[in-house]
Ligand binder design. Structure first.
Ligand SMILES: *Cc1c(COP(=O)(O)O)cnc(C)c1O
Length: 365
């Protein structure tokens, strides 16, 4: 059994994907070919935003957004400590400082209560100019935008939605990628919507951000690539990846249904065990289940038992951001984020993908 079965997906979509790739090989526009624009239009339509702008990967997407917002040295961006490194890394890369926030123990996402506490602390210290909140839709579940938007408005902060894992999720029908001021996603193969290499995208309704980012992703271009009006990056999505994503996006709604059925099956099975806490999706929220992540004090025992029966499990994440060697200079102490630290010691994830149909692994222990 595979943790994420990309081969089963390819088998299912092979004819369509192969034909799409062949079309690109035939027309030869490997950079910014017609499939890139076609994909951007489909992505905007899917998420319900005005502009979808593709780029080279999800980390670049975050960096491009921070650059477009003019965030840099002396600025602070609030970010969950329980996330993948890239969220915090992008903030540091543009010269700003990540201010870490604890997780909500139940949803794994940024805790609105602790967020407000951290904003107040930073406001009274006055060390940084406070600019934005980078929420992360961890494991496919949108962060608590109804609450976070109110906090952002109260303190005049922007919201950057890191939907690298969240693509396909929603709150009351409003899709991930459409929350906050601007959002990003990743098409890394293992994400809910993945390509066959690296890829990413940015979503926004804001025309100014969109125009800036379209320039920043191609060397700060003006009217063309050889008219450079600002310092940018080389961060484009390959045409072949766009072609692959067009077919994967068409199949995505069906895969989401399978993912949610698999999650229901897991839930039925696991809620019988008193030492496993199955993930909870709050009322009105919809998860794209980038990961199916459970909590258990007996994590090691369960992971060993799953392994014996041929079911792979993975720990996302065994180390919080404030515990990373790269962030020791920020001076956070162990115990500073009790929920996130407990999660890092108790979580593990079970196989999850869009082709699990009735194959949710059963384990008797
Ligand atoms: C994967 C991921 C990213 C980075 O995406 P890449 O395409 O790998 O650069 C950023 N944030 C989160 C939360 C992620 O899971």
């Amino acid at each position: 059994m595979e943790f994420i079965d990309l081969k089963a997906q390819y088998k299912h979509l092979k004819q369509k994907i192969d034909a799409r790739i062949q079309t690109v090989l035939d027309h030869g526009q490997f950079i910014m070919g017609p499939e890139v624009q076609e994909l951007e239009e489909k992505l905007a339509e899917y998420t319900g935003v005005k502009h979808a702008i593709s780029c080279a990967n999800g980390t670049d997407a975050l960096q491009l957004v921070l650059m477009a917002m003019g965030i840099g040295p002396g600025d602070a961006v609030f970010c969950p400590t329980f996330t993948f490194f890239a969220s915090a890394e992008a903030i540091s890369f543009v010269g700003a400082t990540p201010v870490f926030v604890d997780a909500d123990e139940v949803t794994f996402n940024i805790c609105p209560l602790d967020l407000e506490r951290k904003i107040n602390e930073e406001n009274s210290s006055g060390k940084y100019s406070l600019k934005a909140i980078m929420t992360v839709d961890l494991f496919g579940l949108p962060a608590n935008y109804p609450k976070i938007q109110k906090i952002a408005d109260r303190y005049n902060l922007k919201i950057i939605e890191d939907a690298a894992q969240g693509f396909g999720g929603a709150i009351n029908g409003k899709k991930a990628g459409s929350f906050g001021d601007i959002a990003t996603t990743s098409f890394f193969p293992a994400k809910p919507l993945g390509c066959y290499g690296d890829g990413g995208a940015i979503f926004t309704d804001n025309d100014d951000y969109a125009e800036l980012i379209r320039s920043l992703r191609i060397h700060g271009k003006g009217t063309d690539k050889y008219d450079n009006v600002r310092i940018g990056m080389n961060s484009r999505l390959d045409t072949i990846q766009a072609a692959i994503l067009l077919e994967k996006l068409a199949a995505f709604p069906e895969e989401l249904i399978v993912r949610n059925l698999a999650a229901e099956n897991y839930h039925k099975q696991l809620s019988k065990k008193n030492d496993i806490i199955a993930p909870l999706v709050p009322e009105g929220f919809y998860s794209s289940w980038a990961q199916y992540t459970v909590r258990s004090e007996n994590r090691d025992t369960y992971m060993a038992q799953y392994k014996e029966t041929g079911v792979p499990t993975v720990i996302y994440y065994s180390k919080c951001m404030h515990e990373q060697s790269a962030y020791q200079s920020l001076g956070y102490k162990s115990g500073a984020f009790p929920n996130a630290e407990t999660l890092s010691k108790t979580v593990f994830s079970l196989p999850m993908h869009g082709y699990l149909k009735n194959k949710t692994p059963i384990i008797n222990c």
